[in-house]
Design a protein around this ligand. Sequence first.
Ligand SMILES: [Fe+2]
Length: 166
Amino acid sequence: MTNSVLHMKADVEHPQTGIEDRKRLAGNLSALLADTYLLLVKTQGYHWNVVGPLFISLHRLTEEQYENLFEAADDLAERIRALGHPAPTSITEMIPLTVISEDTGSASAEEMVSNLIRDHEAIVRRLREGVEIAESLRDAVSADMLTERMRFHEQAIWMLRAVLSQ
Ligand SMILES: [Fe+2]
């Protein structure tokens, strides 16, 4: 009984799905989860604090974007779990993993847009690496998920640029 339970536990932690080096992939996904979460926090902070002529457009756009980021964080974390690795559970754990810097200042609406564009660009570059890693490990599910994330971030960059050029 105990042995079979232990055996089942081992199977859960080490899924035999043909993906070599799941640890490397999980590490990359954890970094992308941290990027996604930190950008979510920044995007929502801007949603709350934006003022001036760009208020309506930026308030609405950031709401759409943080909702997307929230769902994406959940998908990324669940993919890490499906690969048999623990997902980060705190912002403290995410900070060393992310390329996104926190914003505790009082940025103007234009600065907010520029900061977000820079962050989305950084995430797209990281996603490109992630897709390459997933493909090299023949993990089509992660590669698909990350490609879809790239589509979102590239679209976000376009929309933010459009707001700035109003
Ligand atoms: Fe809101």
